[in-house]
Every structure is written in C-alpha cells, then in structure tokens.
Design a protein around this ligand. Structure first.
Ligand code: SF4
Ligand code: SF4
Length: 373
C-alpha cells in the first residue's frame, strides 16, 4: 500500500450571502438593488451535510457578496455556529471585502478570529485611482489593519479604463504600503479605448524596470505568466480554474453551480439555469475557433464565467483582453531575458534548480520571441 504524504488541497465552498453593497464601483456588473440575504438555517443544514462527512481535507467557505459585512450579525452567527460543531475537518472562512466596514466591533471580532477567517481586500492603486474606481472609499479603509493582520494575503487590484494610465504607479504604491502579493485583473465588460494597448505597454515597461531594480519583491500577477508552459505542446491544454468542480452553493435558489459567477443574482436566471447542464470536463468546450490555433493558448489566462456573462459562451474570450495578454507576454519575456542577462555574470552562485529553470526559460524565450515580432 502506498501512502501519499501530500496534504490534500483545501476544498472551496461558495455561499452567496447578500447582493447589496455600500459602494458603486464603476466596473461592477452585479445587480446590487436587492436587499435579500441568505437563509441562515437553510445554510447551516446544507453545510452540515457536507462537513459531517469524515474528511482529511480542509474546507474554505467563501462568503460571496455584495459586501458581506453589511450583514455582519448573520455572518458572525454562521461562522460561530460552524466552529462550534467541531467537524472532523478544518473549516476556514474567506471573504473579499471593500474594507470600509472593517472598524469597531467588526474589526475586533475579525482580529479574534484571524486564524480562521481571512479577508481579501480590494484596493485599486493610489488614492486617486482607488477613489475614481471605488466610490471615493480609500480613506475609509484601515490599511494598516489589513497589512498587519494577514501580511501574506493577496490584494485584489482591478484596472479600469480610467486607471490604466497610472497602472505602474498604483502597483508601486501598494508595494510601498507593505502588501506583498498584488493580484491584478482588468475590468470585464467595460469599454476600452483604442489606445489602451499602447498605454498598457508603456506602463508595463515602467513596472519591468521597477522589478529589475527590486528583485526581492514578489512580482504582481500582471507581470507574471508561466511562459515555460508554451513548451508543453505534448500535454493536453489545461483549464484555467476549477469551474465545474466547485461547491458553489446559492442558498437562495438552493442549487449548486459550476462557479459563483453562475449564481442567478450574478448572471441572471436564464444563463444560470443553462450553465447547470454544460460539460466543463471537456476542455474542447472551453476553447473557441479563434483561440484553437493560437500559440499562446497555454499561457493566456481567462475567466470562463466572465466570457459567458459578457458573450454568452464560456469559450469566447474578450479580444481587447487578448491584445492585453499579448502585450503582457512581450514585456514579461523581455523582463525574463533581462533577469537571465543580469544573472549571467555569477552563474556559479545560482542553485542548480534555478539554473535548470533558467535553461527552460531560455528555450521558451527562443520559441516566443519570433512569435511576438
Ligand atoms: S485570447 Fe488571444 S492570446 Fe489568448 S488564446 Fe485567444 S487568440 Fe491567443
Ligand atoms: S470562471 Fe472565473 S470566477 Fe469562475 S472559477 Fe473560473 S476564474 Fe474564477
């Protein structure tokens, strides 16, 4: 009998708690008008069925708003009830928040439970960038609290057509505050100007210089793509995320969905219903004709749920974001080349695993560079 020493990956459960929000972010496409909240008793009973099964796995219960802390008493009751059940598995909670309500009693409770309830903060760059995107809310966030409470937790930074001009400054600002992991995404379902690709290129070059000067910093996700994947042409193309394999429970409709973007409150009832019969196990269903022949398909990230909401097809990617991805590949390839060049003088001091990585990267760059020019 073989024994696996690998710890099983945590299992995610998504619960829609409320759709209401106290902000009106310029890129938000969810309908915030309803004051409906989740049914506490029904949720407890659904969770009980999942969590009582003996399991070595850790569960992460993702609370999906709106802004979940608008209904803090219900959130607190749910968490304390779950923790009191002494389930045979570890249960963590996670919520993405706009941070504006994390003060006073809520902050105290979160502090007491910081090892079993993590918060991911949405922060869109400098005060000006954040305020233009996110309803003038920068000064309402206790940034110091977030940095000190979860120093390694990622920040969610959304880039909109109104902030792309200052993208580099925004990322440097967040690094300067002390956050270590900056996860950038481009706003979906918004109108991008024609010149936004050249603006992006200019901003990414500034960032590239910044990271070359600060090699100890973890690069923001916008400056990171696994370029080496382009060499793996013999292995099947992989899905970008766990869509179709998630426990995304919508308490209101009492249904399990392929991902939380498929909740009726997010994509509408008709699309939501249709998503239930889609086969996500067949990768062919998730690749459009347009992308099938593309050399970058293995390194081009996408959110299938956003594709479905915006264009009615999980496979149909946003072609403006396609240009952004190609621009990112080019600048990241140049950055990787410059890093290798900088290291070439002291090759003997580089550990073997890093040297092997560099050799693989050189092969990837040799393949990529002709495609990019
Ligand atoms: S979106 Fe563009 S870069 Fe990405 S796979 Fe499709 S064609 Fe290629
Ligand atoms: S489809 Fe998008 S939102 Fe859903 S799991 Fe995948 S990346 Fe996440």
């Amino acid at each position: 009998m073989s024994i696996s020493l690998n710890k099983p990956r945590p299992k995610n459960i998504y619960i829609s708690t409320n759709v209401s929000c106290n902000l009106r972010c310029i890129y938000c496409y969810e309908d915030k008008s309803s004051n409906k909240t989740f049914d506490l008793e029904k949720t407890k009973s659904r969770l009980n069925k999942i969590l009582t099964k003996p399991s070595e796995q850790e569960f992460i219960i993702n609370l999906h708003g709106g802004e979940p802390f608008l209904i803090f008493p219900q959130i607190k009751e749910l968490c304390e009830w779950v923790w009191a059940q002494k389930y045979p598995c570890k249960v963590m909670f996670f919520a993405t928040t706009n941070g504006t309500l994390i003060h006073g009693e809520i902050k105290d409770w979160i502090s007491q439970n910081k090892n079993r309830f993590r918060l991911g903060l949405s922060l869109d760059g400098t005060p000006d960038m954040h305020n233009v995107n996110r309803s003038n809310s920068y000064d309402k966030i206790d940034l110091d609290f977030f940095i000190k409470t979860w120093p390694s937790q990622g920040i969610k930074m959304t880039i909109s057509p109104k902030t792309i001009h200052n993208l580099a400054e925004g990322i440097m600002h967040i690094h300067g505050l002390g956050f270590k992991d900056i996860r950038c995404n481009f706003a979906e379902m918004v109108e991008w100007e024609n010149d936004s690709v050249s603006i992006l290129e200019d901003q990414l070059r500034k960032l590239s210089d910044f990271y070359l000067d600060n090699p100890g910093l973890k690069r923001s996700s916008i400056m990171h793509l696994n370029l080496i994947e382009i060499l793996n042409t013999n292995s099947p193309i992989q899905k970008w995320c766990g869509i179709g394999e998630m426990n995304a429970l919508d308490i209101e409709s009492d249904n399990k969905y392929p991902c939380h973007l498929m909740f009726p409150s997010v994509c509408g009832k008709s699309k939501s219903d249709k998503s239930l019969s889609f086969d996500f196990n067949n990768i062919e269903n998730l690749i459009s004709e347009q992308c099938r022949e593309c050399e970058f398909i293995r390194i081009c990230p996408t959110c299938y749920g956003s594709n479905y909401i915006a264009r009615g097809d999980f496979a149909l990617r946003d072609m403006k974001l396609c240009q952004f991805t190609k621009c990112r590949i080019k600048i990241i390839a140049e950055l990787e080349y410059n890093i290798i060049l900088n290291n070439s003088n002291n090759l003997s001091s580089i550990p073997t695993d890093k040297r092997i990585y560099q050799l693989r990267m050189i092969s990837a760059l040799e393949k990529l560079i002709p495609l990019l020019h």
